[in-house]
Design a protein around this ligand. Structure first.
Ligand code: FAD
Length: 454
């Protein structure tokens, strides 16, 4: 390796954001021998009583597992995760049906607690002498040409403002969908950026454990699809379920009183209402406002050899494919493999952008599509027929016919190739279907002709 190689030179790497991607990034850079400073805006999650923000549990799949395995943590994570083997669909009458994710190979998603996973990653960081964590450090500005940063210290509650200035060789922004580092990149000529808010908001509810048992079968991702809105539930280790209600904001706006809320649940979620409990539903629903969801696409992900963004900072997406964290972790699998090639750092980061952007944009698009599939298509017969056909073909041709959901969730096939694969499958099925229709019409016409003129 030459002295300029990306991994060979020991660099001072500042990682901004100690969430799921930031703490995993710290482990990756530390394992390459770099000196890592990890800055996080919030207090140490391991000491926090209440963690504000997003979903309590997440679906971990192949790409996240692979990235965790690379730092030796996969088995530790899976040991406490809850396998989800398929979707359990709840209809308006409260009847359920199951659609397995992978009846051929029994692959499944894993429900993991965000806090537990983040804690495990931070504990792993503590074991590295070359990682230093700095909590309650909020990045407020950065000069990316010189890799200089300014942080505000302390919590929002503190009246006094203390600012510090820090320099590094490389700044890695893992600071989420509203990334402060990305805001600096946006100012650079040639940086393309788009964001889209969807008209749907989400709110978290809870189905508690009863007599220390789950109130629904735990090994499924539960879905209540209702055309333009839906509810999902993922199991937690304490035998509760975290329930996410997704609806257009106008619909949230129509539920102003307790009576309206209960009537709405009695109409649409009749089986879930007694499990959540009426009083608990009222309390949780009116306690918080529905959260917004947005999708971010941008390019490039780097500036020279000075700055890089990863995870939601680079590609935030709506949560309906359960891939945001998985994709963010996969960024690190790709980045590490490029950095290990010992290229000059600016070339390596350029290669990262070029190898990643199409796939990152593709998963943002897929996540949008899956919202429609989950809330609407899952309950249609056409969806079930297609699912059956996909599963049957997958069983007979496992190397040639991998259904879209399986390729996204259970393989590391580049996301853009997953889409291309699906398009090829759609075209083939379309041709077979039209061929069958033409053939049957010809046969029918032939039969009529023979009968008439015999
Ligand atoms: P974040 O998790 O947002 O972490 C960013 C960190 O940076 C935070 O700790 C934050 O405090 C810190 N920070 C922010 N600004 C600053 C600053 N200025 N200075 C210092 N620190 C800063 N993904 C899945 O793979 N599977 C799922 O099932 C799934 N479900 C989801 C459900 C919901 C409702 C939502 C909203 C998302 C879901 N996701 C899921 C997506 C997933 O949560 C994100 O993709 C993932 O958290 C991204 O990790 P990150 O580390 O990039 O960003």
């Amino acid at each position: 390796a030459d002295g300029n190689g990306a991994a060979a030179t020991r660099r001072k790497v500042a990682i901004v954001g100690a969430g799921l991607v930031g703490s995993l990034a710290a482990l990756n850079f530390a394992r390459m021998g770099h000196e890592v400073q990890l800055y996080e805006y919030r207090e140490d999650i391991r000491q926090a009583q209440l963690v504000q923000g997003r979903s309590i549990n997440l679906a971990l799949s192949q790409r996240g597992r692979k990235a965790l395995a690379a730092v030796g943590l996969e088995q530790q994570v899976l040991a406490t995760a809850i396998p989800m083997r398929g979707r359990m669909l709840h209809n308006v009458k409260g009847r359920t049906s199951i659609v397995l994710y992978d009846p051929c190979n029994n692959q499944c998603l894993y429900s993991v607690g965000r806090k537990q996973l983040n804690e495990l990653l931070l504990n792993a960081c503590d074991a590295f002498p070359n990682i230093q964590c700095h909590f309650e450090h909020k990045l407020i500005s950065a000069n990316i040409r010189e890799a200089r940063m300014q942080f505000k210290l302390g919590t929002e509650r503190q009246a006094e403002e203390q600012l510090i200035s820090v320099a590094a060789d490389l700044i890695v922004g893992c600071d989420g969908a509203f990334s402060a580092l990305r805001q600096q990149l946006v100012r650079q000529p040639g940086f393309n950026y788009s964001q889209e808010y969807i008209g749907t908001g989400y709110l978290e509810l809870c189905i508690p454990a009863k007599d220390n048992e789950f109130q629904m079968p735990p090994n499924y991702l539960h879905i209540w699809p209702r055309d333009s809105f839906m509810m999902i539930a993922l199991p937690n280790q304490d035998k509760s379920f975290t329930v996410t209600l997704s609806m257009p904001f106008e619909l949230f706006g129509q539920l102003q009183t307790q009576q309206q809320l209960l009537d709405f649940f009695r109409t649409h979620y009749v089986d879930a209402l007694p499990l959540i409990g009426e009083q608990q539903l009222i309390k949780d629903f009116f306690k918080s406002r529905p959260q917004h969801l947005m999708s971010v696409k941008c390019k490039p992900y780097h500036y020279m050899d000075k700055a890089l963004i990863l995870g939601d900072a680079a590609h935030a997406m709506v949560p309906y494919y359960g891939q945001g964290m998985n994709a963010g972790m996969e960024d690190l699998t790709l980045l590490s493999s490029i950095l290990n090639q010992e290229l000059p750092l600016d070339v390596a980061l350029e290669q990262f952008t070029e190898s990643r952007w199409q796939d990152a944009h593709a998963i943002c698009d897929l996540a949008m599509y899956n919202y429609v599939e989950m809330r609407d298509l899952t309950k249609r017969w056409s969806f079930r027929c297609r699912k059956w056909l996909d599963t049957t073909l997958f069983r007979f041709f496992p190397n040639h016919w991998v259904p879209l959901y399986n390729s996204v969730s259970f393989t590391s096939m580049p996301y853009s190739q997953c889409i291309a694969n699906r398009q090829w499958q759609d075209q083939l099925l379309g041709k077979v279907l039209s061929g069958t229709i033409v053939l049957s019409s010809l046969l029918a016409a032939g039969a009529i002709y023979v009968r008439r003129f015999r």
